[in-house]
Ligand binder design. Sequence first.
Ligand code: CP3
Length: 342
Amino acid sequence: MADRKLLEVMKGQNAFPPPVWMMRQAGRYLPEYREMRKRAGSFLDLCYNPDFAVEVTLQPIRRFGFDAAILFSDILVIPHALGRDLRFEEGVGPLMTPLDENDVSTLDSSHLHHRLSPVYETVRRVRKELPSETTLIGFCGAPWTVATYMIAGRGTPDQAPARLFGYKSPEAFAQLLDVIASCSADYLIRQIDAGADVVQIFDSWAGVLDEVSFERWCVRPVAEIVKRVRKKHPHVPIIGFPKGAGSLYADYRERTGVTALGLDWTVPMEAAQILQKAGPVQGNLDPMRLLAGGRALEEGVDAILAGLGGGPLIFNLGHGITPQTPIEHVERMVKKVREARQ
Ligand code: CP3
């Protein structure tokens, strides 16, 4: 495993040019993904059928030679495995029956690993098929972000339903976060058992909370997951991505104990450099720069390499790639990162 560059960076070493991968690298911007998606039928069939999921995980590696593959699945398989209904509608996104206070005690984790066993099978098969130098990243959603979808039953612009639920029913909300955290920790442990080298915790909606709620609803449940995963797998690096955490990023690293911080594109360079002094960072090109291409892309990549290339850096976007992004722009980004000289 010594040849996996991303793992060297996770130990705090500086690798230049940095390892590179993209959040949502398996997805609709790839014609081969769209083809598979059509064959699978629904998005969930894609996630739960290892034949499809392995193939889709490997597609971006074959095309771009990224330094890391990320398991193809979704953060919402956890509530689904807990017995909540879930479907993905074209042009809308995930849809679930909104969860109310009385539903919390009905969440049933007794079938969790049985229902998620195709995901573990996918991890095992991907690890076997990946080149040895490619890192395999497993993942889960952070409890707060997963809860926002369970409560609203869909994506919302400001996560108001979940915030309101948290303030009006604090006990039920704490219980909900506990259940998700405990299942997510077990889920990550099983992914690591199956061959994941690194895991990432996606907290896409961390940026809408006040300081106290951020501590209570983002930091604490993620710290619990980190503690439980480390107990079983003390040396497996964990990337935390509290998107939009702004000035709370430093606190988040310190209090959750994650190995590396995923930075969104709004983090100013000077702040990113300070965060990097305490450990590895990942990011943080604005996905709209990648979509735009041309000067916007060149300038964005240059700024990250110049500002963060001197320390432990995993080059990535500041959030997922969007479906309209031209493949040539991705090729250009990878080439530019790989050919960079210090
Ligand atoms: O990164 C990867 O390539 C691995 C697979 C992955 C997916 N979702 C596949 C997916 C990962 C890591 C995720 C994480 C995820 N899922 C997050 C956190 C990261 C983020 O983007 O903020 C969230 C919030 C979700 C929930 C989710 N899944 C939403 C809101 C949507 C709809 C929006 C959209 O992009 O369509 C999904 C669907 C989804 N998950 C798709 C993919 C490739 C598109 C589904 C399709 O093919 O129709």
